[in-house]
Write a protein that binds this ligand. Structure first.
Ligand SMILES: Nc1ncnc2c1ncn2[C@@H]1O[C@H](COP(=O)(O)OP(=O)(O)OP(=O)(O)O)[C@@H](O)[C@H]1O
Ligand SMILES: O=P(O)(O)OC[C@H]1O[C@H](OP(=O)(O)OP(=O)(O)O)[C@H](O)[C@@H]1O
Length: 216
């Protein structure tokens, strides 16, 4: 790889990480053991590939990429929708599929100015505003399904995957806002200035992603 085109990649710790690692391996990258899920290292160098990885909180991936401290990043579409950062979305990686939805109790009834609890306050606010509904959004950092059960909110906006969390808490999915998968994103300047390396990485990953897609 060109000496001037080393890439820094922001990787999300947690759920997406393992699947992203599989994609990187399948795209032919020699991924060192340091980049394993049980490692506590926050930076991993792979000099032979001209790559270094930053292990960061999923919600922070677009921040690192927008500021240019990472050239590339792997992140859920939910986070991109919430953060609205100035980055390029290069590729749908198809991994960690889920959806972001509105949910509530089975006996939920419309009220004037309902409260909506969410880890995604901007997505929730935008969704209801576009529907012309006035809501008060309450920002929580987790265990969002608790909110309607204890009277903190009338409805929630949260990730649904298997539906188990909703079911076990007596909630039902009311409306799907968007389907979610993880994306490969790029810093705008890196996309231009390191185009060979950035495109090379995107193409390698794209080949693996498209091979996995079931033919119609
Ligand atoms: N069942 C799921 N629940 C939450 N996120 C999911 C689920 N399935 C896939 N995802 C994807 O994984 C990402 C979240 O990963 P994870 O749950 O590890 O992080 P987090 O809970 O946001 O982070 P943290 O625990 O550090 O606050 C989401 O952005 C989404 O794109
Ligand atoms: O449909 P399911 O398969 O049950 O998955 C959805 C649940 O998983 C996530 O929570 P997470 O485990 O990240 O915990 P959190 O409440 O701390 O966000 C998400 O916020 C939902 O609560």
């Amino acid at each position: 790889m060109d000496e001037g085109e080393k890439l820094v990649v922001a990787m999300p710790k947690g759920r997406i990480f393992e699947e992203a690692l599989v994609l990187l391996r399948e795209s032919g990258l020699s991924v060192p053991a340091d980049l394993a899920t049980d490692s506590r290292k926050l930076t991993v160098e792979v000099p032979e590939e001209g790559l270094s990885f930053l292990m960061v909180k999923p919600m922070d991936v677009p921040t690192y990429v927008e500021h240019g401290v990472a050239d590339l990043g792997v992140v859920g579409k939910d986070v991109l929708m919430e953060e609205e950062r100035d980055v390029y979305e290069l590729l749908d990686l198809g991994i960690s599929p889920c959806r972001i939805s509105v949910a509530g109790t089975r006996d939920w009834k419309p009220v004037l100015n309902p409260k909506v609890a969410s880890k995604y306050p901007r997505i929730a606010d935008r969704y209801f505003r576009e529907k012309g509904q006035q809501v008060e959004v309450i920002h929580l950092n987790g265990s969002v399904e608790l909110a309607p059960l204890i009277g903190l909110a009338d409805r929630i906006v949260d990730i649904v995957s298997t539906g188990r969390t909703l079911q076990e808490n007596g909630l039902v999915e009311l409306e799907e806002i968007a389907p979610i998968t993880s994306r490969l994103i790029a810093n705008r300047a890196s996309y231009r200035l390191k185009s060979t390396a950035v495109n090379g990485m995107a193409e390698r990953m794209s080949r693996v992603v498209h091979k996995k897609e079931v033919p119609l």
